[in-house]
Design a protein around this ligand. Sequence first.
Ligand code: PMP
Length: 390
Amino acid sequence: MNFDEWLDMRLDRTKKAGLYRKLRTMNTAPKPEMSINGQKQIVFSSNNYLGLANNKQLIYAAETILHEFGAGSSGSRLTTGNTKWHEKLEERIASFKQTEAALLFSCGYLANVGVLSSLPEKGDVLLSDQLNHASIIDGCRLSKADTVIYKHIDMIDLEEKLIETESYHRRFIVTDGVFSMDGTIAPLDKIMSLAKRYHAYVIVDDAHATGVLGENGRGTSEFFGVLPDVVIGTLSKAIGTEGGYVSGSHVLIDFLLNNARTFIFQTAIPPSSCAASYAALELIEHSKEKRKQLLLNVKKIKAGLVKMGYTVKGHDTPIIPVIMGDAQKSVIFAKKLQEKRIYAPAIRPPTVAIGESRIRLTVTTSHRPKEIDYMLESFNLIGKELNMIK
Ligand code: PMP
């Protein structure tokens, strides 16, 4: 068997398990209605929760700095890649997150990996929620500390695990703020109390909560009125741009700048992108109405689906998982949605557990009522056709 035949054989296994993935080409800017593979589709799978990716103020900010600073940063932050725009954005993130300082990474994935691989030491333990994002899992794998998994948002199990791990030197609880596949919100107030009682540190990945949760969109911390030791996030979701960050104390940021390999050895994001993110953060604190509209959209979709008889998971966040169970069934459902010009992907193992395959809907403020109504009506028709609902 030659190299390609060997890979083909492995891909065949993926195909037989119904887990084969293919890219689709987006031919338009991120909006609710997009051209995907040349076909007009109403998109219910974007992370552009507040519609900022396509906002004129962000585009103008990026364009201006693009002309001044060029297309790429051409170096890591510690060599020649650092500009005043990276620094301005870090200050802005810190003030938005109400922490002393912040550090930019090229994406949220690398921020998680950078923190988790550098912060805990040998002899420490990471207590990680069962449904944490892949980047947290990979960060834990790279860490010299041990990892113990606790049941998803189960505070009784977390407490038990805290008691069981008392012999470790330091303990770190690590959790998503809003879980990317389930739309659940981590009970950060309770996690913080447990951390205090058992002398543990708390690391939160607020990728999906930033811009969405809390009065001013500051995320899970604001939602619960607490401040974890390390807050990680991405600029690629509600902020509408790209890049990741860590916010926390001056000393935490100084430590990461000196130790996080995904910071040290990565080329800095382009200054134009920093300028767009800066403009987004200026808008986000004043987007209360948009956040209200987003929540109304979430509630309308969830109520509609539950009334039809679907199993819908999660709390009130823009991530709405509709459970189908079987992987093939989810694929068929997603295909039927696409035939009706609705794009909402099937999520299958290994992203979710076996038997938990689903259609993962996400909603934004930009979706119009008629688009939401049409999507709900399509769920009704397809569900009846496939004998999933009455
Ligand atoms: N954390 C979570 C919870 C996410 O959902 C994602 C993106 N899917 C990331 C981190 C990674 O962020 P980025 O896309 O900026 O790498």
